[in-house]
Design a protein around this ligand. Structure first.
Ligand SMILES: Cc1ncc(COP(=O)(O)O)c(C=O)c1O
Length: 422
């Protein structure tokens, strides 16, 4: 019986692999690793512990991870032009918790993006931030819902004196006004934290904003959305060494013990890829998102932020209320092997949570499989046929996707070119 269950689970894993290879994956928070990075997921490191820092471990047997961890920190410092990197958090939420645990005290006011405004659950009363204070106020947004209302923000910061402001979000179409907010905050002693979970790869690829040089004290992030690594977290900063010791303690023992050496080794590999291919990759991700926005608009969808060119990031937001709402439409698309998620839009009340009006569509994964602007037009046309015309497009989706199976912006291709196969 146990073996049957084992075999059944192996079967489910295989089905998942095969299914997602046939799908158009448009979840904005997901990406794929190259074949080579994926291949080391079964290394001996997945069994090991290495608490502490390279050369100062609480465990024995760490000589190789010491080298790998030192090297990835060195490479990340170059990539982000920063003084400090913390690579031990095992997720973006874990990175946020490490920071909140050291910079937010009970009762402190913290300002963050609301859920409809695009904020993440870890910035919420019910998430990581809520463990340290319940006094969380929303960053005020302008009428369009996708930009900060700076006058209102200034008034709120001056009148409530937050300990921390968390910029960055999950529905993230345009850069945050880091410089303007940092200038206001420096007068009030408010620390500016930038959550780059979604846009880390765009920042590393130098196609978005540079939050540290614009005034943010530190950046927290996931490593697997626009940055094409394994599922982990990272913290980077140029803060002074004394303050950085707090971050260090927040990461270990504050928010993690074992820091999952298997994925850390993968992080080191994908960072080598990012150093080489990251700028071209980030460039194409954004081109694709813009092209998708334009194409969906032409196909008759209500694409958000049209007045601002739809997007400057890897995401496009679409209002599908007229087509039955985000839940219905995302289910319909999934039946046709187009995978994306429903999302609240900034004007919506919280009660819409289970069937919001919006869809959030992301281009990182399909870009990594080599799709460009013409393929975005094809995706928009398939979505129109499915959602607006009510047609079944699954076979067409599967046929289309079959031509995009090789992970680009990776060293996988270097091997292909060296191969003697015709
Ligand atoms: C803005 C933001 N912060 C943090 C996270 C959490 O990242 P993780 O899933 O790596 O914990 C997310 C996840 O989507 C996010 O969108």
């Amino acid at each position: 019986m146990n073996y049957q269950e084992f075999a059944r689970t192996i079967g489910l894993i295989k089905e998942q692999d095969e299914w997602r290879d046939r799908c158009l994956n448009l979840i904005a928070s997901e990406n794929v690793q190259s074949k080579k990075v994926r291949a080391v997921a079964g290394s001996d490191f997945v069994h090991r512990y290495a608490e502490g820092h390279p050369g100062e471990r609480y465990y024995k047997g760490t000589r190789y991870i010491d080298d790998i961890e030192s090297n990835v920190k060195r490479d990340l410092k170059k990539l982000f032009n920063c003084k400090h990197t913390e690579v031990r958090p095992i997720s973006g939420t874990n990175s946020n918790e490490a920071i909140f645990s050291k910079f937010v005290n009970a009762g402190d006011v913290v300002m963050a993006n609301s859920t409809p405004g695009g904020g993440h659950i870890s910035h919420h009363r019910m998430g990581a931030l809520g463990k340290f204070t319940k006094n969380i106020i929303d960053i005020p947004l302008s009428e369009d819902g996708y930009h900060v209302d700076l006058d209102k923000a200034k008034f709120l910061i001056q009148s409530t004196k937050p300990a921390v402001i968390v910029l960055g979000k999950s529905l993230f179409l345009f850069p945050e006004p880091v410089k303007e907010i940092s200038d206001i905050c420096s007068e009030e002693g408010t620390r500016v934290i930038y959550d780059a979970a979604h846009v880390l790869g765009l920042i590393a690829g130098k196609r978005f904003q540079d939050p540290l040089s614009e005034g943010a004290l530190l950046i927290t992030a996931s490593t697997h959305k626009t940055y094409f690594g394994p599922q982990r977290g990272v913290i980077i900063s140029n803060m002074d060494d004394a303050l950085w010791r707090k971050v260090d303690r927040g990461a270990f023992p504050g928010s993690s013990s074992n820091h999952h050496l298997g994925t850390l080794a993968q992080m080191a590999l994908c960072t080598c890829e990012f150093v080489k291919f990251g700028e071209a990759y980030a460039d194409q991700i954004i081109r694709n998102a813009k092209a998708l926005g334009v194409a969906l608009d032409k196909q008759g969808f209500t694409v958000e932020a049209k007045a601002f060119g739809f997007t400057e990031s890897h995401q496009v937001a679409v209002n599908v209320k007229a087509h039955g709402g985000g839940s219905h439409v995302s289910n319909l698309l999934e039946e046709n092997d187009i995978i994306l998620n429903m999302n609240m839009l900034p004007h919506e009340p919280l009660k819409n949570h289970d069937n919001p009006e919006g869809l959030r569509i992301g281009t990182p994964e399909m870009t990594r499989f080599g799709m460009k602007e013409p393929e975005m037009e094809r995706i928009a046309a398939l979505m129109k046929e499915c959602v607006i015309d009510g047609k079944t497009v699954k076979d067409e989706v599967n046929k289309f996707r079959a031509d995009y199976q090789v992970v680009k912006y990776s060293f996988d291709e270097e091997d292909a070119s060296l191969s003697s196969d015709p």
